[in-house]
Design a protein around this ligand. Structure first.
Ligand code: GLU
Length: 310
């Protein structure tokens, strides 16, 4: 039986390819933060876009295990959570907070921005349609289906939260997409619903996702789910390649498989990741378990780690 009191951290990879050093490092931080605070650690495969890519997910899990990361229970597959996602959208709809949107990306770019709206925000074209206008707009895009958007509170254009790594973060909120026209549930909705259902109260992920967090917190509030300060966020700086750009495949050996081919085993990778976090000395052989006692979240590096292949 799951002990909800205990709280949980998680790692939530999208099965879009092999994990690279940046992903492994973020997963290690998530695991260390959960384990060093007595939490469960859960795994979720974010396969909404890639339901058929089971092989990639299995390879990712094997790599995480190889550096010593373990998790409680079976990984949750996001594609099996459809009923909960639908129920959350239905609740928002019942509260009058959902509307159909027939805009294409091009329509959105071409529309004049509403005054006071954050840059790039949805301009609200479909927000206040009458039933007749809505039916006409649906007819125009058939057989394509409309997307569903959140009717965000008009008085609210930004929201702030405290991040364990970044400090106070303020980000824009707008009428975000809840379900795309192709029927796929949007990441922001799925992540909020699934984290809450899994009892997750500690979210560690790459800092490229920090701008999405205010939108997710808004959804938590509107759905009556656990929200900060009862959920902690830590957005970890990305790993950069030698050119100073985000680490990529062209930067040489960046996955466990590639590194093994060039003679660096998983234990050596763990050692390098631990060194980058300031909790192991160069070349020191450590186990993930040993790192738990050394880990101090207040000491987490706030700068990106630059990976220079040797
Ligand atoms: N699935 C996302 C990714 O792999 C992470 C989502 C999250 O941690 O909230 O980038």
């Amino acid at each position: 039986m799951v002990n909800e009191q205990q709280g949980a951290g998680r790692y939530a990879p999208s099965p879009s390819g092999e994990l690279h050093l940046g992903n492994l490092r973020t997963a290690l931080v998530a695991w260390l933060l959960a384990r060093s605070t007595g939490r469960r650690f859960l795994m979720r495969i974010e396969d909404l876009d890639r339901a058929r890519d089971a092989g990639t997910a299995a390879a990712q899990l094997a790599d995480l295990r190889a550096i010593g990361i373990d998790w409680d229970g079976e990984p949750v597959l996001q594609t099996e959570r459809g009923a909960a996602h639908d129920a959350a959208i239905a609740r928002l709809d019942a509260a009058g907070l959902v509307y159909e949107c027939t805009c294409t990306r091009r329509d959105i770019l071409a529309a004049p921005t509403a005054p006071h709206a954050p840059p790039g925000a949805y301009p609200g074209t479909c927000r206040d349609r009458t039933p007749a206008e809505r039916a006409a707009a649906r007819g125009e895009i058939a057989p394509r289906q409309p997307a569903l958007r959140l009717r965000a509170p008009a008085a609210m254009s930004s929201l702030s939260f405290d991040d364990l790594v970044l400090g106070q973060v303020t980000g824009d909120i707008d009428d975000l997409v809840l379900r795309r026209g192709d029927g796929t549930v949007a990441y922001n909705l799925a992540v909020v619903v699934d984290d809450d259902a899994m009892g997750v109260d500690q979210i560690v992920r790459g800092d490229d996702l920090a701008p999405s967090t205010p939108r997710q917190i808004l959804l938590q509030q509107l759905l009556g789910l656990r929200t900060p300060p009862d959920v902690a966020y830590a957005h970890v700086p990305l790993v950069l390649g030698p050119t100073g750009a985000r680490l990529a495949k062209r930067d040489g050996a960046v996955t466990l498989r590639q590194l093994a081919e060039s003679g660096t085993d998983a234990a050596a990778v763990l050692s390098t990741l631990a060194e980058s976090l300031g909790i192991a000395s160069r070349g020191e052989r450590v186990t993930a378990e040993q790192l738990i006692a050394r880990f101090d979240p207040t000491e987490l590096p706030r700068e990106p780690w630059v990976w220079l292949a040797e």
